[in-house]
Design a protein around this ligand. Structure first.
Ligand SMILES: Cc1cc2nc3c(=O)[nH]c(=O)nc-3n(C[C@H](O)[C@H](O)[C@H](O)COP(=O)(O)O)c2cc1C
Length: 170
């Protein structure tokens, strides 16, 4: 079983596309080493990141990411345990506005930041997957609480509620 986190955050004002490429380059190497996969969507100054892997690895990395001054206002929008990675073999895929089909934005009723009060974690995840051109059918089994492979909590989780373990063991 793996853990999958989806969070949104606000990029700091000075951040430009080159900085995002730097984040991806470094994340790629580190995630590969730590067995983490996922995707980072950068849209209108907001990040949406899917991070998945062994629970402890996800937790440790998320803790570091949350402290990074290149973004603020992190909100964990989904935190699930699942058998199926969505980005298997992609250490950290990237999409920015230039790579997203405007029809995808329309289809999901895109609003800047995909605010939590209007878009559930599930809706945000479907939007992110669509931006990456991924099929969302694999999520259907996660809607079934009796599915043996999945235990999912779909409500947005405040960062403070995340149980962060000490880093010493990693
Ligand atoms: C939006 C965003 C996403 C990031 N994603 C990752 C990631 O997936 N993996 C990673 O190793 N670092 C990622 N980073 C960089 C981390 O915040 C941090 O700089 C890195 O993990 C090194 O942390 P450390 O110096 O405490 O070891 C991300 C940073 C930002 C701003």
């Amino acid at each position: 079983m793996i853990r999958r986190i989806l969070y949104s955050s606000l990029a700091c004002d000075r951040l430009v596309t080159k900085d995002v490429f730097d984040i991806i380059r470094q994340s790629h190497n580190r995630n590969c080493k730590n067995g983490l996969t996922g995707g980072l969507l950068f849209l209108d100054g907001y990040f949406f990141q899917v991070l998945e892997g062994l629970p402890h690895a996800v937790q440790c990395r998320y803790k570091r990411i949350a402290r990074d001054p290149r973004h603020t206002d992190l909100v964990v929008r989904q935190d699930v345990t699942t058998a199926s990675p969505l980005f298997s073999n992609e250490w950290m895929a990237l999409r920015d506005a230039s790579q997203v089909d405007p029809q995808v934005l329309d289809r999901h009723g895109y609003m800047r930041g995909m605010p939590a009060e209007k878009f559930t974690g599930r809706q945000l995840l479907e939007f992110v997957l669509d931006c990456f051109g991924k099929n969302t059918e694999c999520l259907n089994e996660e809607m079934d609480p009796t599915h043996p492979a999945t235990s999912a909590s779909m409500a947005p989780v405040p960062i403070d509620a995340l149980q962060i373990q000490p880093l010493t063991a990693w």
